[in-house]
Design a protein around this ligand. Sequence first.
Ligand SMILES: [Zn+2]
Length: 193
Amino acid sequence: MATPRVLDVLAERGLKATFFVVGRQLEHYRTLAARAAQDGHWIGNHTMTHPRPLGLREAGAADEIEDAQALLGELSRPEKLFRPSGAGGDLEPGLLNHTAVGTLIGGGYTCVLWNAVPRDWEDQDGWVDRALEQIEERDWTLLVLHDVQDASAARLEEFLDRAGDVTFRQDFPPDCVPIRDRKLVGPIRGLLA
Ligand SMILES: [Zn+2]
């Protein structure tokens, strides 16, 4: 179980992150999600069953979003942070579909994408170098790491040490947030199925 270790490392350094949680996992790990929220992390919705990708089928997309949100309950941020489930880390067609977009806009969700995926789940050593390179590439990086087995946990402290004087912040670069306040505020055409 990687999450307690990740939470310990973040707490030791006073860092706050957002955990996008798969609803199905909440059934088993609600206490852990509650601890994350209590530690000051934001808890977001990452679909009910993590379809790969979410937008693959129109039918079911609304339930994937709303069932997970119902399970999150008071763990959720008021702005209802939501991240679509992908097929392999890329921002690509199929991540969203019209039903999902309608549900997000109509339901007042905040859709949070990303701009850096160092692929910790594929390479639990090499992701550190990649993440450091990706942080260098832009002014404001939204870095996706995974608190699952054999992903970021083992080298998280090394990464934070080597990141040096990088400033970590909890909010999101605006160009990673295409839907908020019941409006489409960024381009999503390339993400539709
Ligand atoms: Zn995911």
